[in-house]
Design a protein. Structure first.
Length: 190
């Protein structure tokens, strides 16, 4: 079993190019997350990446409204923050014990950020006309993890109701569907 930090490194290798590929003219475009346009989802993902660095260190975090970080060289900052995220989870003991106000197992919390990084990279890729496919090792970790967390996620209103998929749906399509996403979502007009 790979460490959370190793999986985060792999996930970041797939997510960073998506962020790098977002042009300024796409920041107002809709995403598969109906409540977020591209800019708001980038801000949310930054907040997640930074807050989960603190959670790896067993520090408290506040998930209020995400600040607007889409200024200056935000693309390079995203790459730097995902590197810090993986490093934070590589510290001995980061994936042990419990984390956060809910007292969840640290590995579960690590899987939460792994899932967010992966699924939101897909959201942003789909919204901006880019290709995205998660690494199989990441998918193998987040698939069962997100399925197990789905009831709690729906109760907290961070997951939608499961989206129906065909019997022939692939593993990543099933992951997207369990979070309430339509794996076939395309931007309006495409």
């Amino acid at each position: 079993m790979k460490k959370v930090s190793e999986l985060l490194e792999v996930a970041a290798e797939r997510a960073v190019p998506v962020i790098d590929g977002i042009t300024d003219d796409r920041l107002g475009d809709p995403t598969p997350c109906a409540e977020y346009d591209v800019r708001a989802l980038v801000n949310h993902l930054f907040q997640v990446v930074v807050n989960f660095q603190a959670l790896a260190a067993k520090e408290p975090v506040e998930f209020g409204e995400a600040p607007d970080v889409v200024t200056g060289d935000w693309r390079a900052r995203f790459g730097a923050e995902t590197a810090r995220l993986a490093a934070a989870w590589a510290v001995p003991g980061a994936d042990e014990g419990t984390v956060g106000s809910m007292g969840l197992p640290a590995r579960t919390v690590g899987n939460m950020v792994l899932g967010d990084l992966t699924v939101h990279a897909w959201d942003l890729a789909r919204a901006t006309g880019q290709e995205f496919a998660p690494d199989e090792s990441v998918l193998g970790e987040i698939g069962p993890g997100l399925a197990a967390m789905a009831p709690m996620g729906r109760e907290a209103k961070v997951f939608g109701e499961p989206h129906p998929v065909s019997d022939g749906a692939g593993p990543f399509e099933r992951v997207l569907a369990v979070t309430g996403r339509d794996p076939g979502w395309l931007p309006p007009g495409t």
